[in-house]
Design a protein around this ligand. Structure first.
Ligand SMILES: [Zn+2]
Ligand SMILES: [Zn+2]
Ligand SMILES: [Zn+2]
Length: 336
């Protein structure tokens, strides 16, 4: 006999659909019965993400109360795997070519097996926005995951939320914005930093504006660029901004052309990607080719050439693609 009744909590899974109805686009949330509202096509993606982020932020729960929602639904969202394992994280996935977006608690195994999906970086949604005055002045210890993991997660996340045709330069800029934004979703990128990114900053800013991912407040000009991000899901990152900034600096160094001998944004993006996915001690890494191609937004044919060029440039010591599994194995050159 139960002594008390526990009120069952709604599952942490939210789905929105962008449905065409008599020539117009309507945003429909499965969890909000009267949610159908018209959205302009160019705002649809960001409206869907903002709606999901609001749900997640409105349902904060201790980690021991969170379960793999994919498992609860019979693991229908991905190919087969050996069973649920790993920590429960918030997974954003996109289906039917961007018409359906889902945010759900999922275990590490399900997250890794789901196509067109990314773990929302560093889900400490409960973290309050705190004014800087309230912050203790003592020397702080770094919190949350290390640089590798932060950069890896943001790259995977951007691969899902940015339009598939966003250029490598745009992705490099978005990575810096996501890691350097403050608690009010504002980011200031000084000229020196933009220069070390070696991208066409004007083009990249416009591309991110067109994708409704940010609005430019000032610049790009002599003082750099100031922007306001619209991707509310990013607020789920740990508020440990110094650690995020360190990760942003690490990404800048990892993709720095002087060290890579590879000037093109695409090669630098791939260099950052491979470094972030390598084991720091063995310098080796393993990843599915499909995922690399998707996360770095490059064609299959481009990958082989890019890997050869990174090897020639001294970034990679070697690489091979397993013909059966289509997995890429690589080893970074010493000192990378
Ligand atoms: Zn809703
Ligand atoms: Zn599953
Ligand atoms: Zn699972």
């Amino acid at each position: 006999m139960r002594l008390r009744t526990v009120c069952p909590q709604a599952p942490r899974v939210w789905t929105v659909e962008l449905r065409r109805q008599s020539g117009e686009l309507v945003l429909i949330c499965q969890q909000c019965p009267q949610s159908g509202r018209l959205v302009a096509a160019e705002f649809a993606r960001s409206a869907a993400l903002a709606h999901l982020a609001r749900h997640a932020r409105g349902d904060l729960r201790a980690s021991h109360l969170r379960t793999c929602q994919c498992h609860e639904r019979g693991c229908r969202w991905h190919r087969r795997h050996r069973g649920c394992t790993g920590p429960i994280r918030l997974l954003l996935s996109c289906e039917r070519g961007g018409r359906v977006w889902r945010l759900a608690d999922a275990c590490g195994a399900c997250a890794a097996a789901t196509a067109q999906a990314a773990v929302v970086p560093d889900t400490t949604l409960a973290a309050p926005l705190h004014p800087s005055a309230a912050r203790p002045r003592s020397r702080r210890h770094s919190r949350g995951p290390g640089e590798h993991v932060r950069v890896r997660e943001i790259l995977g996340y951007l691969a899902v939320v940015l339009p598939a045709d966003a250029s490598a330069g745009t992705r490099l800029l978005a990575l810096q914005c996501a890691l350097r934004m403050n608690a009010y979703m504002r980011v200031e990128l000084p000229t020196g930093m933009l220069r070390s990114l070696r991208i066409d900053a004007v083009d990249a800013c416009h591309e991110l504006e067109r994708a409704q991912w940010l609005s430019i407040v000032d610049g790009p000009g002599a003082a750099g660029v100031t922007a306001e991000l619209h991707d509310a899901t990013l607020l789920a990152q740990a508020p440990a901004r110094p650690d995020r900034r360190r990760a942003a600096d690490w990404a800048l160094r990892s993709g720095s052309p002087a060290r890579r001998g590879a000037a093109e944004p695409l090669l630098r993006l791939l260099a950052i990607y491979l470094t972030a996915h390598s084991d720091p001690s063995s310098r080796e890494g393993l990843s599915e080719c499909d995922r690399i191609v998707r996360d770095c937004a490059m064609g299959d044919q481009v990958l082989h050439g890019a890997l050869s060029r990174l090897t020639a440039a001294g970034t990679l010591e070697g690489w091979r693609i397993c013909p059966n599994s289509e997995d890429l194995h690589w080893k970074l050159a010493p000192g990378q």
